[in-house]
Design a protein. Structure first.
Length: 238
C-alpha cells in the first residue's frame, strides 16, 4: 500500500474547496447587494435531453414542482426575486412563451407555450438546474440534498376551455392558500407583474395569450372557480 504525506491531501482538499465552494455572502450591512453577487454566475448552458414526453412545440403546458418533502423553497422575497431572475435568464437562452406563473412558499406553477419540439424540456432543465445550484450556494447548503421533490410535473393543455380555467387557477393560488385577500396583492405571480407592466412599462417576460384576456380579468381571477373547474385542474396534480 502506498501512503501519501498529509501535505498532499491538504493541497488536494484546498483545490477542491476553491473549485466547489463560493465565498461567504456579505455581512448584514451589505445584504442589500447580495442579489447582484448571486447572479454573477453564468446561466446553465448544458441541457439534458427533453424529459417531458410529447412536449411538442405549439402545445401549452401547466408545469408544477414542489419543495422536497414539501419544505419551503422560497424563504423570503429575495428567494422569490432570485427565481424570477433565473426565469428571465432562461427565457433569453431558450425562448418559451410564459403565459402565467405563481410562486408559493413550497411550490411553483408555470404555464408555458414552447415554440419548438424539445424546447420545454430544455427550458425547465436549465431553469431548475440553475435555480437549485444558486439556491444552495446562497443558503450554504451545498451537498445537503435535494431542493425539489423530484422531476417536475407537466400537464398538456389542449383545449381553450381548459386553458381558460388553468390561467386563473394559477394566478389565484395565493388567495386559495389564504396568503392574501386578493390575487393582485401577491407580488410573486403573473397577475401582479401584468398589472405592473401596464402601469410602468417594464421589460416583459410574459407573452400574449392564444385566447383573449377578458376585460374583467382581475375580477375573474379573484372569483373562486366552480367545483368542477377546480377538480378538472387539480385531478392530475394530486
Amino acid at each position: 500500500v502506498r501512503f501519501f504525506p498529509i501535505s498532499t491531501f491538504v493541497v488536494i482538499f484546498s483545490a477542491f474547496l476553491k473549485r466547489n465552494v463560493v465565498q461567504t455572502f456579505p455581512t448584514k450591512a451589505e445584504e442589500a447587494n447580495f442579489l447582484d453577487l448571486w447572479f454573477q454566475e453564468p446561466l446553465t448552458r448544458g441541457y439534458a435531453k427533453n424529459s417531458t414526453p410529447g412536449a411538442r412545440g405549439g402545445m401549452i403546458f401547466h408545469i408544477l414542482n414542489r419543495g422536497n418533502a414539501r419544505d419551503r423553497i422560497f424563504e423570503n422575497d429575495a428567494d422569490d426575486a432570485a427565481f424570477e431572475k433565473v426565469l428571465a435568464e432562461t427565457q433569453s437562452e431558450v425562448f418559451v412563451r410564459i403565459l402565467s406563473y405563481c410562486l408559493m412558499p413550497n411550490h411553483w406553477h408555470l404555464v408555458l407555450w414552447p415554440l419548438k419540439d424539445g424546447d420545454l424540456g430544455r427550458f425547465i432543465q436549465s431553469l431548475t438546474t440553475t435555480h437549485v445550484r444558486r439556491w444552495h450556494l446562497h443558503h450554504h447548503t451545498v451537498g445537503t440534498g435535494h431542493l425539489n421533490q423530484g422531476t417536475y410535473k407537466s400537464f398538456p393543455i389542449e383545449e381553450d376551455d381548459h386553458l381558460d380555467t388553468v390561467l386563473p387557477y394559477v394566478e389565484r393560488n395565493a388567495v386559495r392558500r389564504t396568503m392574501v385577500e386578493r390575487a393582485e396583492d401577491w407580488t410573486w405571480n403573473s397577475l401582479w407583474r401584468w398589472l405592473l407592466l401596464t402601469e410602468h412599462h417594464e421589460k416583459p417576460i410574459l407573452c400574449p395569450w392564444p385566447i383573449p384576456r377578458p376585460n374583467d380579468w382581475v375580477t375573474r381571477v379573484n372569483r373562486a372557480l366552480a367545483k368542477n373547474e377546480q377538480e378538472a385542474v387539480q385531478a392530475p396534480i394530486v
